[in-house]
Ligand binder design. Structure first.
Ligand SMILES: C[S@@+](CC[C@H](N)C(=O)[O-])C[C@H]1O[C@@H](n2cnc3c(N)ncnc32)[C@H](O)[C@@H]1O
Length: 257
C-alpha cells in the first residue's frame, strides 16, 4: 500500500482544482446516508474523504463529521471546515489503519476507495470499523468496486487534454488493465511531459458474494447494497444489468447485527 499517499497526493495536484468542488454526487451520497441511517443528527466517520466535498455536505445536513485522509488532499478538505454549519467537520490527516479516534460513530462511510491492499488489509479495516468505531446498531456504508465492469475496461487507454477553464491543467494518459486472477483493476496514469514518472493504483474488486465471504469474522454483515438507484438484498438476481454492465461500484450496507 506504499503507493497510496503518493498516488492520491500527485493526482490531487493534477486535478484537485477541478474535482475539489461540491457536486450532485455529494448530495446523492448524503441522501443515501439518510436512507440507510436516518436523518439524525448523526456522528459520522468518513474514511478516505479525498477533497472533503461529501464530508462538508454531510456536515451541512446537520451531522458531526470526522474525516480521515492520508494524502495531501486533506489540505483541501480542511478548507471546507469553516463551511460545515450547522454540523461540524474535523479533518485528520492520517492513515486509517493507524489512527486513534475518540468515541463511537453512528455511521462509518468510505466512498470510492475500498479495495486497496490485500484481503487481509480489507479485513483489518472492516474489523476496526466493527469493533472500534461503529456504535451498536450503527451502519457502515462502503463503495465496493464491481469486477464485471472493471473487467470490461481491460486494455482501455485514454488521452486527456488539458482544460484549464475547468481546472484541468495537465495533459494525461490513463491505461487500465484487469487481472482476473487477483480480481484487481490496475490503473496507471502519466503526465505527457514526464512519461517516465508513471503512477499506478491497484484496486481489488469484489462481487457482493465475495464481499460477504470477506466479511466473515469481521463482525460486519452485508445487509443490502445500492447500485444505480436500486437498493437490493444480496440474494440471487440472475441477469442483474446494474452489476453485469452498468456501474463500476456499488454501495454496500453493512451492520454489526
Ligand atoms: C479514490 S479516492 C476517493 C476520494 C473520495 N472518497 C471521493 O469519493 O471523492 C480514495 C481516497 O482514500 C484515501 N485513502 C486511501 N487509503 C487511505 C488510508 N489508509 N488512510 C486514509 N486515507 C486513505 C486516498 O488518499 C484517497 O483520497
Amino acid at each position: 500500500m506504499d503507493w497510496v499517499d503518493g498516488f492520491y497526493s500527485r493526482t490531487g495536484r493534477w486535478w484537485g482544482a477541478a474535482e475539489g468542488r461540491i457536486t450532485e454526487r455529494d448530495h446523492h451520497r448524503v441522501d443515501l446516508l439518510h436512507e440507510h441511517a436516518g436523518t439524525g443528527p448523526l456522528r459520522v466517520l468518513e474514511l478516505g474523504p479525498g477533497y472533503g466535498t461529501t464530508a462538508v455536505v454531510t456536515a451541512q445536513a446537520g451531522h458531526d463529521v470526522t474525516a480521515v485522509e492520508i494524502s495531501d488532499r486533506a489540505d483541501r478538505a480542511r478548507g471546507f471546515v469553516t463551511e460545515a454549519a450547522p454540523g461540524t467537520l474535523t479533518v485528520i490527516k492520517d492513515d486509517f489503519f493507524r489512527v486513534r479516534l475518540d468515541g463511537r460513530f453512528d455511521v462509518v462511510t468510505y466512498f470510492n476507495g475500498f479495495g486497496v491492499g490485500s484481503d487481509a488489509d480489507q479485513r483489518r479495516l472492516l474489523t476496526r470499523i466493527a469493533t472500534e468505531w461503529l456504535r451498536p446498531g450503527g451502519v457502515a456504508l462502503i463503495d465496493v468496486y464491481n469486477p464485471f465492469v472493471w473487467a470490461g475496461w481491460h486494455d482501455n487507454e485514454e488521452h486527456r487534454m488539458p482544460d484549464p477553464a475547468r481546472g484541468y491543467e495537465h495533459e494525461l494518459h490513463e491505461r487500465t488493465t484487469f487481472d482476473p486472477v487477483t480480481c484487481a483493476a490496475i490503473d496507471t496514469w502519466w503526465d505527457v511531459t514526464r512519461p517516465d514518472e508513471k503512477i499506478t493504483q491497484v484496486l481489488r474488486c469484489y462481487t457482493p458474494a465475495d464481499l460477504a465471504l470477506l466479511l466473515g469474522g469481521t463482525g460486519l454483515h452485508l445487509k443490502a447494497f445500492t447500485v444505480g438507484d436500486r437498493t437490493l438484498t444480496p440474494g440471487p438476481q440472475p441477469g442483474l444489468a446494474e452489476l453485469l454492465a452498468e456501474h463500476h461500484e456499488y454501495l454496500a450496507v453493512l451492520r454489526t447485527g
